[in-house]
Design a protein around this ligand. Structure first.
Ligand code: ATP
Length: 427
């Protein structure tokens, strides 16, 4: 006989507008089952009597608008119910954005472009996911713009991307990532090349605007832009640049009054800047934890995710068959620059990389750029990428490198861009 629902687990009965927060211990898995009522995880509804599995390190909130009974199976690090959540404010924000979409539909205008900002660990990605899932549940087709190069929700770290959202995030796996537009940035912090970061922000904004011109649903759906937690100095300037490149209508500032005041002061008056509290449930992540999440994201790219296993390929690539570049020459003092050249030029320059042993473990982006002439080289910086490989070994004698690739040989294109990011393939 099948065990009764809830048998062997810990039951929680939640009152309306409360949430159960839990963290999964390292090396463990926890299953969640909705027994009665209705509940959602970051904006995605749970089905009754279905067991959802969360892996080690997951930090989850199960929220209920009407009240519900849920059960947890497995070892949690913490599990508690909180009555104090900002969900009502987040829902009101969603309602206001939906109002703007309706108006856009009526007046044949474009829907809201929203930028979500705040320091690290305030729940920016979670708020983006929530707003996108709520919008898509109402039949909208919003776009997620991911500018967080450290913790991208769309592609591997070190990239900037855009993704059309067509269905709510999967409770366990997040948004389905099909055909995203991805650009190579190359490192996990915008500060390593802020010129490139701003340039790629502009490129994404341009592509998004072009899409809005030909796709009415995308235009009305608008976009939700997730940003980095670096909100000072050039990081702050990058936010101002993003607001202008995307011509954002709304900025949601999570948890930081100073940032809120600065943006109110510096953005045009028609931009609505809104301060929202962060959820007490958002867990601070250590450097180590962030690094692990990044590693996991790359591993997922090659090996798949739980139910969906991928089998990557390993093969040799001759040095003579590829061209490897790094974007940005090391900066030199202004006084040493050749006449007529600016620092911008050096930061956006394609610098050829001579393959050697130090390539080992680096992640390389495969540029969509046609394998053309030297003359068209500069366009590569603003060309999207079609995938990633990792260099697993280099044989300088034989002039070949062994790569891990999601697809069998040959490489689809031969222009490769090197990332600062490394991945050690332990499989
Ligand atoms: P970053 O600094 O990387 O930009 P962030 O501000 O985008 O971080 P999130 O990634 O949204 O923050 O949240 C951090 C972690 O907290 C995530 O693991 C998320 O699942 C978890 N989390 C968010 N909200 C809650 C909540 N209400 N209860 C429990 N955990 C939560």
């Amino acid at each position: 006989d099948a065990p009764a629902p809830g048998a062997g687990g810990t039951r929680f009965d939640l009152e309306r507008e409360t949430e159960l927060r839990f963290e999964v211990e390292v090396g463990e898995r926890v299953q969640l089952e909705l027994l009665t009522g209705q509940a959602e995880v970051f904006g995605s509804e749970l089905n009754r009597n279905k067991k959802y599995t969360f892996g080690p390190g997951s930090k989850i909130a199960v929220f209920t608008w009407q009240g519900c009974g849920v059960c947890l199976y497995g070892k949690t690090e913490v599990a508690y119910v909180s009555k104090d959540t900002p969900m009502l404010l987040y829902l009101n924000t969603h309602a206001a954005l939906e109002q703007m979409r309706r108006q856009a539909e009526r007046d044949n205008e474009r829907g809201p472009r929203v930028m979500v900002v705040g320091p690290t660990d305030v729940g920016k990605s979670t708020v983006c996911r929530l707003l996108l899932s709520y919008a898509v549940r109402l039949g909208r087709r919003p776009t997620l713009v991911e500018l967080d190069v450290g913790q991208s929700g769309v592609s591997v770290p070190g990239t900037m991307s855009a993704l059309c959202i067509e269905r709510p995030a999967d409770v366990e796996e997040g948004f389905s990532v099909q055909a995203p537009l991805v650009y190579h940035f190359g490192s996990t912090s915008p500060g390593t090349n802020i010129k490139l970061y701003n340039k790629l922000t502009s490129s994404l904004a341009e592509v998004f605007s072009q899409r809005c011109e030909v796709n009415r649903k995308a235009s009305v759906g608008g976009c939700i832009i997730n940003t980095c937690g670096w909100v000072k100095g050039s990081g702050y300037q990058a936010l101002v640049h993003c607001a202008s490149a995307f011509e954002v209508d709304v900025v949601l500032v999570l948890d930081q009054e100073r940032l809120y005041n600065e943006l109110k002061r510096d953005l045009p008056h028609f931009v609505r800047v809104v301060l929202l509290p962060k959820s007490g449930g958002v867990v601070e992540r250590t450097k180590e934890c962030r690094r692990e999440t990044r590693d996991e994201k790359i591993r997922e790219y090659f090996y798949g995710f739980r139910g969906l296993a991928f089998y990557p390929h390993a093969f040799d690539v001759r040095f003579s068959d590829v061209r490897i570049y790094k974007i940005g020459a090391p900066s030199i003092p202004d006084s040493c620059l050749p006449l007529g050249m600016s620092q911008d030029d050096t930061q956006l320059k394609l610098v050829p990389v001579t393959p050697g042993r130090d390539l080992t473990h680096h992640v390389l982006s495969v540029s969509c750029a046609e394998d053309g002439e030297e003359g068209s080289r500069q366009g590569v910086v603003e060309t999207p990428v079609c995938g990633f490989i990792v260099v697993t070994a280099v044989d300088t004698q034989a002039q070949v490198m062994t790569v891990l690739s999601p697809a069998p040989r040959p490489l689809p294109r031969h222009t490769l861009l090197i990332m600062d990011i490394r991945f050690i393939d332990l499989k």
